[in-house]
Design a protein around this ligand. Structure first.
Ligand SMILES: CC(C)(COP(=O)(O)OP(=O)(O)OC[C@H]1O[C@@H](n2cnc3c(N)ncnc32)[C@H](O)[C@@H]1OP(=O)(O)O)[C@@H](O)C(=O)NCCC(=O)NCCS
Length: 178
């Protein structure tokens, strides 16, 4: 599947490049960026991350973009597709922390949801979020996601030093108005 670049008022989503690996390696090793993912920081080597990007580029069941603001690569976002059921699981990492809290997540969700519902004719756009990730929850609700339920005490997070709970959120085709 050819992955198009998507343009919003401020954000550009472009297909991943192997040379993006360097930034991912840096972000994955940052505790503050990674604390709501259910793992410790991700000490991945540059070579392994390059291999992971090449694999993503070949994977027909996922769509991955680099997030750019004014030509700067600040994060990544993407969809994991369940084509049979027309479901996409969406994810995001804004690795450049000085770009947090500026409303970019909402803009990025709008771009991805538009692509999924209009181009891929999707039915269900979903995500998982750690319930302590208040910033993410706020942005996701603002973008139209509804909280369907919470999976409680799903493992222990070493960075947060507590058990974690995941919210399951979705936007359904009929709820998507744009
Ligand atoms: C979570 C993340 C995607 C949010 O993106 P963002 O562009 O910073 O989010 P937005 O600016 O669109 O929205 C954040 C909202 O939360 C609010 N907020 C910020 N800190 C908050 C807090 N501690 N508690 C509650 N709300 C908070 C902001 O004010 C903003 O609301 P507003 O638009 O009404 O002012 C981004 O910070 C990120 O990638 N973090 C690291 C990785 C991560 O956690 N990924 C998500 C995994 S599910």
């Amino acid at each position: 599947m050819k992955i198009p670049a998507l343009k919003g008022p401020r954000v550009i989503l472009r297909p991943l490049k192997v040379k993006d690996a360097e930034n991912y390696v840096r972000w994955f090793s940052d505790k503050e960026v990674m604390k709501y993912f259910n793992q410790d920081v991700w000490q991945i080597s540059l070579e392994k991350e390059k291999t992971a990007i090449r694999k993503m580029q070949r994977n027909k069941d996922s769509v991955n973009w680099a997030i750019e603001i004014g030509g700067k690569h600040i994060g990544g976002t993407g969809l994991k597709l369940d084509k049979k059921n027309k479901v996409a699981a969406w994810g995001i990492i804004i690795g450049e922390k000085d770009h947090w809290g500026k409303g970019y997540a909402v803009e990025i969700i709008n771009l991805c949801a538009d692509y999924f519902f209009k181009k891929l004719k999707g039915e269900r756009f979903e995500l998982n979020v750690e319930m302590g990730n208040k910033k993410a929850l706020k942005a996701y609700k603002k973008a139209g996601f509804k909280l369907e339920g919470v999976v409680r005490n799903y493992g222990y997070n070493k960075l947060l030093k507590r058990k974690i709970s995941y919210g399951i959120m979705s936007i359904l085709k009929d709820e998507y108005k744009k």
